[in-house]
Design a protein around this ligand. Structure first.
Ligand SMILES: C[S@@+](CC[C@H](N)C(=O)[O-])C[C@H]1O[C@@H](n2cnc3c(N)ncnc32)[C@H](O)[C@@H]1O
Length: 638
């Protein structure tokens, strides 16, 4: 099945009402910090020592709605050899929602219309063991619940295998505003029949609120603007009328809302993305294969040669090339370098996430970004030379490294700021905040550059602009400016700030984008970029001082310098030694501080405007905390 537009849909419009889940579960790591029923954070998280601790709830309403499901689903009876997981819990809970829990005779769909992919997944070497073991555990728990203590392994586990396949095929990660995956949920066909594209025309968001919370005034539509259409594959595989009996879901849980990010014509297929769109084609394809066992053949994937964005996302710079090196050998060296560099960055990020040493993480990532990797090249005769390979600044691994660096520097800055005993640590904290802001700005600029060629990257662009705005405003508020004798009043500089040069609305009026403005968002974006590009050079040199990787980036918004830098190989081959964050008071002037504020407000405002397209104007996902604080201040001042 697939979903098509019932009518013409403009960019930035909701195309489904908020949809309730058929089944859902928190991931293990959030079981004791979030409500198992509505997924909102608990006011007092617990630290249970027992593995089968009962779920926790934010309110009696959530508890009475959800706990009967937990006890009927038999999840607490899962054998100790198979620890409970969000997938098993979701599958067991899903079975309770089916009036007669049976897949159609071909095992293709369940009787609520959801695809199982049973034959594909249960015969794949990647999925078969997980499905089989999970199904045995589910069957054992269900038997125990029914008072049948002996597990006979020859018993049929087909139903459990089919429902596990269904969950693996249809479940989506439920994310909070910070982008954390709290758990998974399976929705009815109105969402689950939407296929994937690497250049999608729609995205989705979640509404995760406790039962009596005042909503953000979600501006979602009340009717469904998409209709199902039978895909070619479906008409070949199965034509059972048994498949479509209509779902029975829960009346609570995290809701999902689908929204257009491009204009969609009546009858056009509506698609969302099942993977990270800032990955190049080969990585997206292998990710989709590993998670769903299908090969995407959307326009972006079938373009030959590949699209500019896909090319940029895997570009590697090579220097010291021997002109006689055959292109076959060069491709081989390039692939080897790409793999080694990527593995090194992945390992460093994984180590940072588990051990949490931001200093070592920053050092390792900056070394690999700056110095790259040397590979020995055999020459004709007995000679050898060293080839040097580096990530292009748009390489997807480099983008991932900037994200980690921005956050690792931010963490270092907050840790140092807590040590308020010495001026020196305050200055160091300031330096770390400066570099964190620079990486956020580079990430936003690079993603924006790619978004100009691939408009479905709007979701990433919105989030990175908001983060860049946040980190610049944090830097502008750093107490070190005051100790340099540059106190400025946030009230006068920020709250009354209106840009006369671009079409970004002023802070107090930025909440509403008209339909015409939404259709014209590319123009608003290009106005914004022109305006901010004039201000950035003045602060960029100050933001990046002492950081050897960033010092090689001439401009974070206008990347024309890259063409020139690659040709003379200066960028690729010449690295200065780190000047070790020296503090120069003469860099920090009142004008620069005000400029940092102004660029920060521009970035934040631009991010919020793009986020209005992706999430709607009143969603929690649209407005970051810093934005809400600014709006509150304006309200109080006026
Ligand atoms: C959530 S379902 C989407 C609806 C599904 N087509 C159906 O008929 O119910 C996900 C599954 O649909 C199929 N699918 C989704 N997008 C696809 C694409 N672009 N190309 C091929 N198969 C796709 C895959 O089998 C995938 O596991």
């Amino acid at each position: 099945m697939e979903m098509r537009a019932k009518e013409d849909i403009e960019i930035g419009e909701d195309i489904t009402p908020p949809l309730l889940p058929l089944s859902f579960s928190l991931h293990d790591s959030f079981l004791y910090s979030h409500c198992s029923s509505c997924f909102s954070p608990l006011s007092s998280p617990a630290f249970p020592s027992l593995p089968h601790h009962p779920p926790l709830y934010c309110s009696p309403a959530c508890s009475s709605a959800h706990s009967p499901i937990v006890s009927s689903s038999a999840e607490s009876l899962l054998p100790p050899s198979s620890p409970p997981s969000s997938t098993l819990r979701t599958a067991l809970r899903f079975l309770l929602t089916l009036p007669s829990p049976s897949p159609c005779p071909h095992l293709h769909r369940f009787n609520n219309g959801l695809l199982t992919n049973y034959h594909k997944l249960s015969s794949s070497p990647e999925f078969a063991p997980e499905i089989r073991q999970g199904a045995i555990a589910m069957a054992a728990a269900r038997k125990l619940r029914n008072g049948d203590s002996a597990l006979d392994r020859s018993d049929g586990i087909l139903l459990e295998e089919a429902v596990l396949s269904l969950v693996l095929t249809n479940a989506v990660e439920v994310q909070d505003e910070a982008g954390r995956s709290l758990g998974i949920a399976v929705y009815d066909p109105n969402f689950s029949w939407i296929n994937h594209s690497c250049s999608p025309n729609a995205c989705y968001r979640f509404s995760v609120l406790p039962p009596n919370a005042t909503s953000f005034g979600e501006d979602s539509c009340s009717s469904l603007r998409i209709v199902p259409s039978v895909s070619e594959e479906d008409s070949r595989v199965c034509s059972c009328s048994d498949c479509m009996k209509g779902p029975k879901g829960y009346q609570y849980g995290p809701k999902i809302i689908v929204r257009s990010i491009k204009r969609i014509k009546k009858g056009e297929e509506v698609c969302v993305s099942y993977t990270d769109l800032l990955q190049p084609k080969a990585t997206r394809q292998s990710d989709l294969w590993l998670k769903y066992q299908f090969t995407c053949s959307c326009r972006r994937c079938t373009m030959s040669p590949s699209t500019y964005v896909d090319h940029a996302l895997e570009e590697i710079l090579a220097s010291n090339l021997n002109s006689s090196c055959p292109s076959f050998d060069l491709d081989h060296y390039r692939d080897e370098a790409n793999k080694k560099l990527s593995d090194y960055v992945d390992e460093t990020i994984t180590e940072f996430l588990s051990v949490g040493d931001p200093e070592s993480c920053c050092m390792k990532l900056e070394n690999v970004l700056s110095l790259g990797l040397h590979i020995e090249q055999l020459e004709s005769g007995d000679g050898k030379s060293l080839l040097n390979f580096k990530f292009h600044p748009f390489h997807h691994i480099a983008l991932g490294a900037y994200t980690t660096l921005a956050s690792a520097y931010r963490i270092r800055s907050s840790d140092l700021a807590l040590d308020s005993r010495t001026d020196q640590s305050q200055f160091k904290a300031f330096d770390m905040s400066r570099i964190s802001a620079a990486y956020s700005l580079l990430l936003a600029g690079a993603t924006h550059h790619l978004f100009c060629s691939e408009s479905s990257l709007i979701v990433s662009a919105a989030n990175f602009w908001k983060q860049a705005g946040d980190s610049l405003l944090t830097l502008a508020r750093n107490c070190v400016w005051n100790s340099l004798g540059l106190p400025i009043s946030e009230q006068s500089t920020v709250l009354n700030y209106k840009c006369s040069k671009c079409s970004l609305p002023d802070l107090s009026g930025a909440e509403f984008l008209s339909e015409a403005e939404r259709a014209n968002v590319k123009n608003i974006s290009s106005d914004f970029l022109t305006c901010v590009s004039n201000m950035v050079p003045e602060i960029w040199r100050v933001l990046i001082k002492g950081c050897r990787y960033l010092e090689k980036i001439e401009d974070p918004f206008d990347f024309r310098w890259l063409a020139h830098a690659n040709r003379n190989e200066e960028y690729a081959g010449f690295i200065i030694e780190s000047s070790n964050f020296e503090h120069h008071a003469e860099w920090y002037t009142d004008e620069r501080r005000i400029l940092i504020y102004k660029v920060g407000i521009h970035c934040l405002m631009h991010g919020v405007i793009l986020a209005q397209i992706c999430y709607g104007q009143n969603s929690q996902f649209t407005t970051p905390e810093s934005w809400r604080t600014l709006c509150k201040l304006i309200h109080e001042t006026n």
